[in-house]
Design a protein around this ligand. Structure first.
Ligand code: HEM
Length: 208
């Protein structure tokens, strides 16, 4: 009986967190699109455009902060979700779909945070990116090619454009899609569990 109650708690918590994850993804995507109206993806220009968004554009600071909070919040909540789903494990196909989409979403959220590092063209982002590029380059076989794809040669405007494209098209669309798949599979799991509960109640009634 106690195990059944725990299972319901974990299941519900996972569904609530999936709603939070989709909400955060949508907030990040919408505020990202709003930032794109004024953001300039060039070396130097990126820093200046973000400064203008923060100081001159009406509610620009709010949009930028919302984007940052939603983007970083997505990483935190999706990491917590992996633990919650692990504790409430149920080896059904809907659970497995939610588990796999949850892990892929967490990796995508981390990649979104990582690609944003150079988008601000700040001192901290620039030097952190340079250091991390050395690590990427050291990966056997694919390292140098990966560095070339990310930077387009040296760290310059082309690099900002490459990472901006990855961030705002590929990864952002991927994150929203994964968040939808994740929530739908958890809602499906709720439905399956409810049907199983009704089935066992009917069986109890027939036996008594
Ligand atoms: C699911 C969608 C998205 C997520 C989760 C996401 C996440 C993030 C994160 C974590 C940051 C770093 C913020 C910080 O730490 O200050 C960031 C920055 C940024 N993102 Fe996104 N993003 C998304 C979509 C987009 C889209 C669609 C665009 C543009 C079309 C965009 C443009 C930017 C820009 C310009 C920055 C740099 C702003 C800054 O450094 O303050 N993002 N994003």
């Amino acid at each position: 009986m106690k195990n059944v109650q725990y299972a319901v708690v974990w299941r519900r918590l996972a569904t609530v967190l999936a709603v939070a994850v989709l909400t955060l993804s949508l907030i990040a995507a919408i505020t990202g699109i709003l930032l794109a109206f004024y953001y300039e993806p060039t070396a130097g220009g990126a820093y200046e455009s973000l400064r203008l968004i923060n100081t001159e554009v009406t509610n620009g600071w709010l949009i930028q902060n919302l984007h940052s909070v939603a983007g970083n919040g997505l990483i935190v909540i999706s990491l917590i979700q992996i633990v919650v789903m692990f504790l409430g494990e149920r080896f059904r196909s809907s659970w497995l779909t939610a588990w796999i989409s949850g892990i892929l979403l967490t990796l995508t959220a981390i990649a979104l945070g990582w690609t944003a590092m150079i988008l601000s063209w700040s001192q901290l982002g620039y030097w952190r990116f340079k250091i991390e590029l050395e690590t990427i380059q050291a990966i056997p076989l694919i390292g140098p090619a990966l560095r070339e794809i990310l930077t387009g040669g040296s760290v310059s405007t082309v690099t900002v454009e490459h990472l901006y494209t990855l961030h705002s098209y590929l990864l952002a669309i991927g994150a929203v899609l994964l968040a939808v798949i994740h929530l739908v599979s958890l809602l499906f799991q709720e439905k399956e569990a409810k049907q199983a509960d009704v089935g066992s109640t009917n069986l109890d009634a027939e036996l008594s």
